[in-house]
Design a protein around this ligand. Structure first.
Ligand SMILES: [Zn+2]
Length: 99
């Protein structure tokens, strides 16, 4: 961990900065790096969206679906997930094989 001083964008004073974007200004308690925090949140949001897309079921189950439709959708989603897992596994094995 390195200790440096960073000029606060809010009050203009030099505050201790410990290489942490969530560090607050010692004098006015405002974040020293508001842009970095925003950037990080944007990045995390993007990652979350990507993950949600990845695990999105093939047939989303709705509240109004009957018990039978729900059962079928759940079954197909499970099969689909297993299928995707197997295919990913095979691709990984092929990629890892020499030659
Ligand atoms: Zn400040």
């Amino acid at each position: 961990m390195k200790f440096v001083s960073k000029k606060c964008p809010h009050c203009g004073r030099w505050a201790d900065y410990k290489d942490d974007i969530y560090e607050d200004c010692y004098f006015c308690l405002q974040p020293l790096e508001p842009e970095s925090i925003q950037e990080k949140q944007k990045y995390e949001q993007k990652g979350k969206e990507y993950y949600e897309k990845l695990v999105e079921p093939f047939f989303p189950i709705h509240e109004k679906d009957g018990i039978l439709v729900r059962g079928i959708k759940h079954f197909v989603n499970t099969i689909g997930l297993i299928y995707v897992s197997i295919v990913s596994f095979i691709i990984a094995v092929i990629a890892l094989l020499p030659g």
